[in-house]
Design a protein around this ligand. Structure first.
Ligand code: NAD
Ligand code: DAU
Length: 332
């Protein structure tokens, strides 16, 4: 696969994958990205111009999508509206981008016979009880909770139908919560780090007992590359790194690593419909395709992530006031 079209490649995880491709493969990459509030041109800066091209456009616009898909050997589809809290405020762009956008891409790969990999989330499975011994597997029934996760579930089902009905050459991956550099500061971990840099106490939704299964974005990228090359067409693979931590412990870790009393946070309004626990069983990916994560030390990863936000204030500073104003209006 020499020519890879990466949708959403100017976002947090998509740009990580573009860096992965440049560092580890010979592929030339076209990024198709609408450059929404969540995107960052800087995340693609300093990459070789003869390897990476950015096309600014909407995945729901067939006139943009069709010629780019026609020239690609594979499409890796990251573009999405990605934040649960935003989906509670205004679900509309989630339906347009996550469902209509995915439909538009599927029609193009069908027409041109191009390999497709769809990036999805563990949130399509709903949530688990804290004491449930089970984790999500590829057999877990879909049960999404939020407008965000329901539109991602809808997009997954479109992919499955296009495989079965039209023979589209597609795979799907559902990954757990990513962390690392370049993550938008609306998200949990960078929000708390940048709050502390600003002398503001971290904000914990509700009691903070909700569990997330953290994976470093670099491990997500290596997993996607593995599936793209070795995955069986029509199959779904769950991606996770055995990183379950509750939000309270994550906030305490960030406080301690940034030199504060670990109880110096505040409880704020809970998220409506807040999923309790996500947990991934990635046995299929590990045993069938031989993938394993490289960054399983959450504390070490957090040290590096904190350092990155300290060193890159110019990147996040212009976004901070607006993000916090939106949260403040919600009592969060
Ligand atoms: P992000 O919000 O950081 O980036 C999304 C990117 O998509 C942005 O660059 C944005 O400009 C682009 N985009 C949005 N709408 C578009 C449109 N209509 N046309 C073209 N580009 C558009 O998101 P992220 O956290 O990097 O997530 C990327 C993908 O990974 C999403 O599909 C998400 O569902 C999935 N995912 C995320 C996580 C996580 O923890 N962040 C975990 C599992 C799966
Ligand atoms: O599981 C994969 C999903 O992980 C992805 O599909 C989503 O795109 C991604 O945004 C993420 O969803 P979450 O809703 O889990 O992530 P978020 O960073 O918004 O919140 C993580 C947890 O922290 C969640 O339980 C809510 C809580 N939280 C969040 C914020 C912003 C807080 O307690 N305080 C906060 O300020």
């Amino acid at each position: 696969m020499n020519k890879i079209l990466v949708t959403g490649g100017a976002g947090f995880i998509g740009s990580n994958f573009v860096h992965y491709l440049v560092a580890n493969t010979d592929a030339s990459v076209t990024v198709l990205d609408k450059l929404t509030y969540a995107a960052s041109r800087e995340s693609l800066a300093h990459l070789p111009a003869d390897r990476v091209r950015l096309v600014v456009g909407d995945i729901a616009d067939a006139s943009v999508v069709d010629p780019l898909v026609a020239e690609a050997d594979a499409v890796v589809h990251y573009a999405a509206e990605s934040h649960n809290d935003n989906s509670l405020n205004d679900p509309s762009p989630f339906v347009t981008t996550n469902i209509v956008g995915t439909f538009t891409l599927l029609e193009a790969v069908r027409k041109h016979g191009v390999r497709f990999h769809h990036i999805s989330t563990d949130e399509v499975y709903g949530d688990l009880e804290l004491d449930d011994p089970q984790r999500f597997t590829e057999q877990t029934p879909y049960n999404p909770s939020s407008p965000y996760s329901s539109t991602k579930a809808g997009s997954d089902l479109l992919v499955r139908a296009w495989v079965r009905s039209f023979g589209v050459q597609a795979t799907i991956s559902n990954c757990s919560n990513n962390y690392g550099p370049w993550q938008h500061i609306e998200k949990f971990i960078p929000r708390q780090i940048t709050n502390l840099i600003d002398g503001v106490r971290p904000k914990l939704y509700g009691a903070g007992l909700n569990v997330r299964d953290w994976i470093h974005a670099d491990d997500h990228s290596s997993a996607v590359w593995t599936i793209l090359n070795k995955g069986a067409i029509g199959e779904t693979y769950l991606i996770g790194a055995d990183g379950e931590v509750n939000n309270l412990d994550t906030v305490k870790l960030i406080l301690r690593l940034m030199g504060h009393d670990e109880n110096d946070f505040e409880h704020v309004n809970d998220r409506a419909g807040h999923d309790l626990r996500y947990a991934i069983d990635s046995t299929k990916l590990r045993t069938e395709l031989g993938w394993k994560p490289q960054f399983q030390d959450f504390e070490a990863g957090m040290v590096n992530t904190i350092a990155w936000y300290r060193d890159n204030e110019a990147w996040w500073r212009p976004k901070k006031a607006a993000v916090e104003a939106t949260y403040a209006a919600q009592g969060q």
